[in-house]
Write a protein that binds this ligand. Structure first.
Ligand SMILES: NC(=O)c1ccc[n+]([C@@H]2O[C@H](COP(=O)([O-])OP(=O)(O)OC[C@H]3O[C@@H](n4cnc5c(N)ncnc54)[C@H](OP(=O)(O)O)[C@@H]3O)[C@@H](O)[C@H]2O)c1
Length: 219
């Protein structure tokens, strides 16, 4: 446990491109990583052994039992397959994006006025949802992570309503090789979504802050 009361155990639900990239980053800095796909653990054992060697394969329920902080990296149209109380009391890092070519057209996800993470928080009402890891591609998680203080280090924005959960996720972002920038509340996380102005940008922390708060940059 660290000063925020967080352990160095990371759970990941979704063993695809993003989930395994985050697993690699976490394993590299010594996290105990547990990861799940949509079915039995054995189904993903080989792929995880190749893409994130050292991660433990489990079912989603086992991942949640094992970890207090869990990255949710499943296709956005599928998160409601998971039980509403699955993440009770846990910190859920919503890394999902609604992307019509992958998710198909979904009226609710396409026109979520408070952002898709608000829908995730509504579904998992007893979880502490924080939005992060949405704005970059998985290959950037692989290629652009740098130690703290490196001049080329880029930033990842973090949005959430639960201050302590945001602090824990920011610490995770930092440990995984990126400066963490707090964007604001969960609904402010719309900036990180595919139609948001901070989506797809690989910028340093001052550059990202300038994009998020341009008036402060001018001041
Ligand atoms: N790829 C990126 O660069 C990137 C970047 C930022 C954000 N994202 C977002 O991250 C999410 C995942 O993207 P991806 O590219 O990693 O997708 P992906 O490669 O298609 O992988 C999706 C993973 O989710 C699992 N899954 C699906 N339904 C599940 C369920 N109900 N319970 C547990 N696991 C489930 C799949 O398992 P099965 O194969 O067993 O179904 C698969 O392992 C998406 O929302 C995407 O928009 C992706």
């Amino acid at each position: 446990m660290d000063s925020l009361g967080a352990s160095r155990i990371l759970g990941i639900v979704g063993a695809g491109k993003l989930g395994t990239a985050i697993a690699r980053a976490a394993l590299e800095v010594g996290y105990d990583v547990a990861i799940a796909g949509s079915g039995e653990a054995e189904r993903i054992a080989l792929i995880v052994d190749v893409l994130a060697p050292g991660a433990r394969v489990m079912t989603s329920a086992e991942v949640v039992a094992h970890a207090d902080i869990i990255v949710l990296a499943v296709p956005a149209h599928r998160f409601r397959e998971l039980p509403r109380d699955l993440f009770s009391g846990k910190i859920v890092v919503d890394a999902m994006n609604y992307w019509e070519p992958i998710d198909g057209f979904n009226e609710e996800l396409a026109h979520a006025p408070r952002g898709t993470s608000a829908l995730v928080q509504e579904w998992f009402a007893t979880a502490r949802v924080v939005k992060a890891f949405n704005q970059l591609g998985y290959h950037e998680i692989d290629e652009m992570r740098r130690p703290s203080g490196d001049s080329g280090r880029i930033a990842i924005a973090v949005a959430g309503d639960d201050e302590m959960a945001v602090a824990v996720v920011s610490r995770l972002v930092d440990e995984l090789g990126f400066d963490a920038i707090r964007v604001g509340s969960l609904k402010d996380g719309v900036a990180l979504q595919p139609d948001g102005f901070a989506f797809g940008v690989a910028l340093t922390a001052p550059e990202l802050a300038g994009l998020l708060w341009p008036e402060q940059k001018r001041a």
